[in-house]
Design a binder for this molecule. Structure first.
Ligand code: HEC
Length: 162
């Protein structure tokens, strides 16, 4: 009989935990965005790159980034903790960069100015390093996983993004 009580007790404890895990809320900053690529690094850190479905559709039909497109990057520490959230927004005059507190909304974005010098080093034909990975994502709709044998955010060799 005690076994029955123990099993029932365990279920009473585990079921709500399971339900809570299913309902884990999506961090607010990510609402409406889908991940198209993950770049893992030799130091154990990684970055997820996201785009909104409507921007992805516009990119699919024109092959270029339409004005108003927002790309998001989540930067994760080797512990798995989310560090910073970065944005790049396509304006008529070029890309504008910003950072965002994790869990914030796009309204909390603050302009960042130290970004474009490095993004200009991109060899994808645009300041978007992961443009080739977005193209690959258009064909198979999967998150594109690539590994860069460099640490931090030093740009990887072009073939890593291809
Ligand atoms: C030292 C170089 C460097 C600097 C500085 C830098 N980035 Fe990046 N960024 C990268 C690289 C490289 C990637 C591609 C992902 C990877 O390889 O880790 C990237 C990717 C991104 C992406 C995803 C779109 C893309 O280009 O693939 C966004 C958004 C982004 N960065 C925003 C920012 C913002 C905002 C800043 C400034 C606060 C910034 N970056 C500063 C190197 C840099």
């Amino acid at each position: 009989m005690w076994r029955l009580y123990a099993t029932a007790g365990l279920l009473v404890l585990l079921v709500p935990l399971f339900v809570m895990a299913q309902d884990a809320p999506v961090p607010l900053h990510r609402a409406g965005f889908d991940t198209y690529a993950r770049v893992t690094r030799s130091d154990g850190t990684w970055r997820d790159i996201l785009i909104r479905p409507e921007d992805r559709r516009r990119f699919a039909s024109s092959g270029t980034f339409a004005t108003g497109t927002i790309l998001m990057m989540e930067s994760f520490r080797s512990s798995g903790a989310l560090g910073a959230v970065f944005l790049a927004e396509k304006k008529v005059e070029g890309w504008r960069y910003a950072s965002l507190p994790a869990g914030g909304t796009l309204d909390d974005a603050r302009p960042a100015h130290s970004c474009s010098a490095c993004h200009r080093l991109s060899t994808s034909g645009s300041p978007v390093f992961t443009l080739p990975l977005l193209r690959r994502n258009l064909t198979d709709a999967d998150v594109q996983f690539v590994h860069c044998p460099r640490s931090g955010r030093a740009p990887c060799r072009p073939e890593v993004y291809d």
